[in-house]
Design a protein around this ligand. Structure first.
Ligand code: UT7
Length: 328
């Protein structure tokens, strides 16, 4: 039996506290105009001291389960994308699993930083295609506020905290019509990495090196340059693999790092910005959580409709990058 994964629900969660550019400018030498012009960011959400990554992920997961009319017991796999886990181990996914009352199946984390959601989606998709899972909760949750050097203006203005989740369900494919790109479901995922670029974006600590958490370090201009090139390549591969053209895309749901990168991708596709889901202004860069947060915003406000073609793309530390196409 062949299967395709269909996204049946989404959910998201943002911490209550909002940190504006103006407030940041009182803490570090920056200003609202610079941040807006160079990144498109106006504000970001910051987790409360007692809020952990798992708490954000659990809140997003509960919303997705409610939207699907399911409970934790209906899920047989939890894949959590995060670069800011609660603890070195066990996986944050197991905390999510426990909170949802899911006592069977499996749960594990995927670490691909800002590409984490696409990676987790690919893992979930492959479990479903292989017939090893029937319903998968993919949750992406991050508290980047905990790994920022708040005295470094070149990085601390860029990130925020948040979580997003989707539920994938296996659909048995009975005929060839159900296998083509016009039929609903996750059409394909495409993953890449090149570890040679470690120094351009990394955290300078960890259990195996410094035994500290460390802080995020980034050569912004270098990352920008690669992001534009690599994500454009990943978009081409995704469209080619499904015999689709840029004109077939209804919505681009990109990683939300910088509105200038998002605009460059839209231009490449010749897609007007009103077909691009942009949340970077309100959420800043929430790493793995940025795509499911944007997706859930567009699903909730009714922009994304049944049968729409969604193009997802991301790039992050490693470097890692990738793309996915979903017929909603
Ligand atoms: O999610 C993972 C992927 N991450 C990304 O995709 C991020 C990619 N990179 C970027 O988005 C951009 O490179 C940044 C937003 C990080 C930086 O924008 P930029 O236009 O590349 O600026 P820059 O690094 O070339 O810096 C320009 C100037 C510098 O001053 P000088 O050397 O020209 O005098 C910086 O020191 O802007 C200065 N600057 C700031 N000024 C005010 C850097 N950060 C700030 C700041 N406020 N926060």
């Amino acid at each position: 039996m062949a299967y395709r994964a269909r996204v049946i629900a989404s959910g998201s969660y943002l911490p209550q506290r909002i940190l504006t550019n103006a407030e940041l400018a009182t803490q570090v030498e920056t200003d609202d105009a610079w941040i807006r012009q160079r990144t498109g960011i106006c504000q970001r959400h910051i987790a409360a001291d007692d809020e952990l990554t798992s708490d954000l992920g659990i809140a997003a997961a509960r919303k997705a389960l409610d939207a699907a009319g399911l409970s934790g017991q209906d899920i047989d796999l939890v894949v959590c994308a995060t670069a800011t886990p609660d603890e070195t181990f066990p996986a944050t996914a197991t905390r999510v699993q426990a909170a949802l009352g899911m006592t069977s199946g499996a749960a594990f984390d995927v670490q691909a930083v800002c590409s984490g959601f696409i990676y987790a989606l690919a893992v979930a998709d492959n479990f479903i295609r292989a017939g090893q899972a029937r319903r998968v909760l993919v949750v992406a949750a991050e508290v980047f506020s905990r790994i920022l050097d708040w005295s470094d203006r070149t990085t601390c203005v860029l990130f925020g905290d948040g979580a997003g989740a989707v539920i994938l369900e296996a659909q048995a494919l009975n005929g060839s019509a159900e296998r083509n790109s016009a039929a609903r479901g996750l059409l394909s995922t495409h993953l890449y990495s090149d570890g040679q670029h470690h120094d351009a974006l990394y955290v300078d600590g960890g259990p195996g090196s410094t035994q500290t958490t460390g802080f995020l370090r980034m050569q912004g201009r270098e990352v920008f340059k690669h992001a534009v090139t690599r994500m454009a390549e990943a978009i081409d591969v995704a469209l080619d693999a499904n015999d689709l053209t840029p004109g077939d895309v209804d919505w681009m749901v990109p990683h939300q790092a910088n509105v200038r990168i998002i605009e460059a991708m839209a231009k490449k596709l010749n897609l007007p910005m009103d077909q691009v889901i942009v949340t970077v202004d309100r959420h800043a860069n929430t790493s793995a959580a940025s795509i499911p947060l944007a997706l859930d915003a567009a699903v909730t406000d009714g922009r994304v409709k049944t049968n729409d073609l969604l193009l997802l793309e991301a790039m992050g530390g490693g470097f890692t990058w990738g793309s996915a196409l979903i017929r909603w």
